[in-house]
Ligand binder design. Structure first.
Ligand code: NAP
Length: 295
């Protein structure tokens, strides 16, 4: 039995592992991807993590993982099926026991749920510019969304593609001003405000996007960046979540279930940044220590 089992090897989970190892606990991290890092792996340029004026998501993720490894955390490759009070069941049939469980499973890309979206995934539709942008060199693409992720995707694509059209359902962008400024200063970008994608069309590949306004936009690619949903398929009903499915915790990352904690993007919180995910790791380590000492 481990002292602590952490589900997810993103910034939150890895930070918690470093703190908990320093408290001399046995710590295992379960990660379903061969590459640790969670969502930061899809960020091509991070400029707001203290200490790094500019670093790629993969590079920062590697540094985080090496740090957790150096601290002595153990990594288990697998996907969680179910969590119980003192154990976690994996899809491969294994059960791993621990005194405390930390859910750090993050969030995944939301889908628009419109006609043609499913059909053209991998045939023009993508949720990650850094992963798939290279397939659209010198082509025309659209980015859907108005938050930081949409603008980051659009900026990345503007260096590769012939034309990048940002489609946002409102006039005002949600993204940081500095990202918006950079986007508007590019010669090959266009902004369609107050409109939404209604349908993706094409034959074998995406060719057009029909908008709610009735316009049709020719596009070889569409990158959808409309926010995330928490990855909580495996939690029981006893762990309280909000209406959007994010796990409710107190300020100390304690959930409604004894011995189960939640950190990072999977929990209800006002600010989802790498630095706030890493901060959760520090906060939860104190809560877990108090819990284990009370057993
Ligand atoms: P977000 O901030 O929630 O933005 C989602 C965007 O998609 C919003 O503009 C929203 O429109 C739009 N949207 C949502 N549902 C839609 C729908 N059905 N149809 C059309 N548009 C829709 O999500 P995010 O950009 O993924 O960012 C998530 C969190 O990560 C944020 O806290 C963000 O600051 C952070 N992040 C930070 C960085 C960075 O600092 N480098 C990079 C990426 C993400 P409305 O504006 O109208 O609601």
């Amino acid at each position: 039995m481990y002292d602590v089992l952490i589900i997810g090897a993103g910034p939150a989970g890895l930070s918690a592992a470093v703190y908990l190892k320093r408290a001399m606990l046995s710590v295992a991290i379960i990660e379903k991807q061969p590459l640790s890092g969670g969502q930061i792996l899809t960020s091509y340029n991070i400029e707001n993590y203290l200490g790094f004026t500019q670093i790629s998501g993969t590079e920062l993720a590697e540094k985080f993982k090496k740090h957790a490894e150096a601290a002595g955390a153990c990594f288990i490759f697998g996907e969680v099926l179910k969590i119980n009070k003192n154990s976690v069941e994996l899809h491969n049939g294994k059960t791993i026991s621990a005194k405390a469980i930390i859910i750090a499973s993050g969030a995944s890309h939301r889908h628009l749920g419109i006609k043609g979206e499913k059909e053209f995934i991998g045939k023009g539709i993508s949720y990650c510019a850094t992963c798939d942008g290279a397939f659209f060199a010198d082509k025309s693409v659209a980015v859907i969304g108005g938050g930081d992720a949409a603008l980051e995707n659009a900026l990345y694509l503007s260096n590769i593609c012939k034309r990048v059209t940002l489609i946002h359902r409102r006039k005002r962008l949600r993204a940081a001003e500095i990202l918006a400024e950079r986007f508007f200063s590019k010669p090959n970008t266009e902004f369609i405000p107050n409109d939404e994608a209604k349908e993706f069309c094409g034959d074998k590949k995406l060719t057009n996007i029909i908008l709610k306004s009735g316009k049709t936009l020719a596009a070889d690619g569409a990158f959808i960046a409309i926010g995330q949903s928490p990855q909580t398929k495996f939690i029981s009903k006893d762990i309280k979540t909000n209406v959007n499915g994010y796990i409710i915790t107190d300020n100390d990352c304690i959930t409604s279930e004894d011995g189960i904690f939640a950190i990072g993007d999977v929990r209800e919180k006002p600010c989802r940044q790498i630095i706030t995910a890493a901060a959760d790791g520090a906060v939860v380590s104190q809560s877990v220590l108090n819990y284990i000492n009370s057993l």
